[in-house]
Structures are given as C-alpha cells and as structure tokens.
Ligand binder design. Structure first.
Ligand SMILES: Cc1ncc(C[n+]2csc(CCOP(=O)(O)OP(=O)(O)O)c2C)c(N)n1
Ligand SMILES: [Mg+2]
Length: 410
C-alpha cells in the first residue's frame, strides 16, 4: 500500500498578496500543501507535480465541463429554494451545501455506478450525482419521513445526523464488499469502492478514528472524504486540530491528500485517484477538501454571532461556480443559449420543489415503527401495539385527530 501522503504545490491564492490579510477562518497557516488545478480566477494550474492529476481530468471536454457547471448550479438552486421553503415554514430545518458544490460534484462525478456512498447530511450535490431526485431529500427535512429514498436504488445511503457514526458503517460495508470479492478483479464494472463524506468537526469524534484504524488494517476499499468547511457549527477548525486535517491520516497508515475543495477539477482528480486505489485493492485514502461553508450551519444557526463578514467576503471570491464559469469563458466553452436554458431548468426545478413539498401529506402514525429493524422485533411490536391502543382511546374525538393528507409542518 502506498503510504505516501501527497502534497502538491500550487498557489491557492489564499493569504496571497491578492487577498486582504483577514482571518480566513482556518487559522492554520495555509501552506502550499494543496492540490489545485484551477485557481479562483479560472486559470488552470500546470506544475510538474500535478501532472498525474491533470491527466485524470484531461478527458473532460467542453461538454463535460458544462455538465459539472450544470450540476453545481442545480445543486445551489436546490439549496436556495429549500432555504426559502424553510423560511416559509414548509420545512422544519435545512442544512445548506452553499460553497461546497465543487467538493461534492467533483468527487461525486468521479465515482462508478457500483460504488456506494455514505453521506452525512449536507451532501445534496453528491446525491444529485447519484441520480437521486433532490426533492426526495426534503421529505426528511419536512419531518414526514425518516429517510426519503431507497439507498439501494442509487447506492447512496440515508443521511446520517449522528456525527461521524456513518464512517464506521461505511468501513464495515467496505469490508463486506472486499469479502464479496468485488475488489481487485480488474473488471471496471465490478470493482467497488465505498465513499464516506464527513466534516472537519467529525474528525474530532472517536468514530472517525476507529473507522481509520479498521479501514487501514483491513485494507478496506474506502475513501474518507472530509469536507473541511472550516466550521463545526460555531467551532472553528483551529479548535479541532493542531495539524492540517489530512495529515492525521499519516498516523493510521492511510495515504491522504489535501485538495482545494472549491476547485471542481482537483476534487474530481483526487477522488478518481482514491477510487482507483480502492478498486484495485490498494486500500483506503483520506481526502481533505479545503472549502468553506458559505451559509449558516443550518437554518437554525446565525453565523454573524461567531464570524466576520470580511471572512465571508474572502471566500465568496473563491466561489466554486464562478471559477468554473471563468474557465469555460476563457476556453470558449461558454454558450449564452445554453446558459439561458440552464437558468430555465433551475426555475423549473424550483417550481417543482415548491409544489412537491407543499403536496407532501402527513405520514401515518404507524410508519414510525417501520424499518426500525430489518425484521420484526418484540420491543417494537409491543410499542406499536401500545400506540395503536392509545390512538384508539381518542376514537370519539376522531374529527380533530383525522390525519389530513395535506398537513405537515406549516
Ligand atoms: C454525535 C453528535 N454529536 C453532536 C452533534 C451535534 N452537531 C450537529 S452538526 C455538528 C457539527 C458538525 O461539524 P462538521 O463535522 O464540521 O460538519 P459540517 O456541519 O460543518 O458539515 C454537531 C456538533 C451530533 N449531531 N452528533
Ligand atoms: Mg465543518
């Protein structure tokens, strides 16, 4: 197994003279250990050190680049629309992925259909790359469903809100894939990797360390994709780690790379490398995507309480969508007609989301007992029975307790 940790020099334009010297949030010295293939100005970075990574994106022609742009724009539209729906009282809560589109789309598009993803809770862009209808995500945030989709349909597990816990599920799943003989066969349609997404804050959770231990010693086909968006709610990364997060993987014997998380090409290339390693039996890889949560933690959070608008402005200038647009323009791949059609597609998505959410009925009260265990469990059976009897005790009060089909969190 390759124990080398990758550090590729590039000018991240972070803390450079081009930027005002404000606290960018990381606190850590933003060193040159950052894989970047596209600067915030939309210029391709070409160094001898990143040649192997450049090769991994060389096949992405104008059409493919426009495809990545479309993915990011639609993800952001989903984000905006869902945030508005929450503000209108249609959703209980919503966690935005704003600013993290490149990390999610770049990595998600590097996966093969048979690969399996274990997300945390703001991986809307990854969900989109797996072919999930984004509307389905809103079932959970309206509080009418425990999940909202069939994980097996898209190889995309349900959102997990218990920080870090799903990295262990992913590790176990990857060990299962390995035991099923789906690694190192040399058949690109068969070899399978498992990818788990988690945040900088999650790396402080014991589960992530345990996942690293098990993945490393079992040589599991796992990609640990950490989106370092600089914050764990109001806790900055500086209070989470004394070293850049990707360096922690050293101690576990897991190769790692720190990538510019606002650079869709770098995220694609680093993930493609890690997937290839996992598929071929080379074991796990840790990727730290260095990005920024441009929005609030969730719609319940007020980031003005703990960070400055100057810091936010610095990161707005590194917007992942803007930089790909600049590249498309510079390479003559920007097409006004296509852009207008994309804007219309975004509007149609917005309209569809609004209609979908407002039309979601209430779940039946019994549904809370479904899927707790894969098979019937005596405790759940007893609880369901008790609840049915409790509900029945209101029988003569039926009119006020009727489950209407168009209720929900208003
Ligand atoms: C085990 C556990 N502890 C605490 C929480 C409360 N909590 C929810 S989100 C969060 C911060 C997570 O930060 P990070 O891992 O960086 O992910 P991000 O939200 O930034 O994407 C915390 C502490 C939780 N959900 N689960
Ligand atoms: Mg975070």
């Amino acid at each position: 197994m390759n124990q080398q940790n990758t550090a590729v020099a590039a000018d991240p334009e972070v803390g450079s003279s081009a930027e005002p010297q404000v606290d960018t949030g990381a606190g850590l010295p933003v060193d040159a250990e950052l894989l970047q293939l596209l600067t915030p100005a939309g210029v391709r970075v070409e160094t001898p050190e990143n040649a192997a990574y450049r090769e991994r994106v060389a096949h992405l022609d104008a059409d493919a680049l426009r495809g990545l742009y479309r993915d990011m724009v639609l993800t952001r539209r989903f984000d905006d629309e869902s945030t508005s729906l929450q503000r209108q009282g249609e959703l209980g809560l919503f966690p935005q992925s704003l600013g993290q589109e490149a990390a999610q789309i770049g990595s998600g598009r590097a996966l093969s259909p048979q690969d399996y993803v274990f997300p945390s809770y703001r991986e809307h862009g990854v969900a989109h790359t797996r072919g999930l209808d984004l509307a389905d995500i809103l079932r959970q945030f309206r509080g009418v469903d425990h999940g909202g989709w069939d994980p097996e349909e898209h190889n995309f597990h349900l959102y997990t809100l218990v920080i870090g816990s799903h990295t262990l599920h992913a590790t176990g799943y990857a060990m299962g894939v390995q035991r099923d003989g789906l690694v190192g066969t040399g058949d690109p349609a068969k070899d399978t990797a498992v990818v788990t997404y988690f945040g900088d804050g999650a790396t402080s959770q014991g589960d992530v360390s345990e996942a690293l231990v098990f993945a490393a010693v079992n040589n599991a086909p796992l990609v640990l994709f950490c989106q370092n968006n600089q914050w764990a709610i109001s806790e900055p990364t500086t209070k989470q780690s004394r070293v850049p997060i990707y360096q922690r993987a050293h101690g576990f014997g897991v190769p790692s790379v720190r990538v510019d998380g606002n650079d869709v090409l770098a995220c694609y290339a680093a993930t493609a490398e890690a997937i290839e390693r996992a598929h071929s039996g080379g074991g796990p890889t840790f990727i730290e995507a260095y990005t920024y949560r441009m929005g609030a933690h969730t719609t319940s959070d007020d980031p003005t309480r703990y960070r400055t608008s100057e810091q936010e402005a610095v990161w707005r200038r590194r917007d992942p969508i803007d930089r790909l647009r600049l590249l498309l323009e510079a390479e003559g791949a920007w097409d006004e007609q296509w852009a207008a059609a994309l804007a219309a597609e975004g509007d149609a998505l917005g309209e569809r989301l609004r209609t979908f959410v407002r039309g979601l009925g209430r779940p039946s009260t019994e549904s809370m007992f479904e899927h707790v265990y894969a098979t019937e469990h005596s405790v759940v059976t007893a609880e369901r029975q008790w609840f049915e009897e409790y509900e029945a005790s209101f029988a003569d009060d039926g009119a006020s307790r009727t489950h209407d089909q168009h209720g929900g969190a208003r």
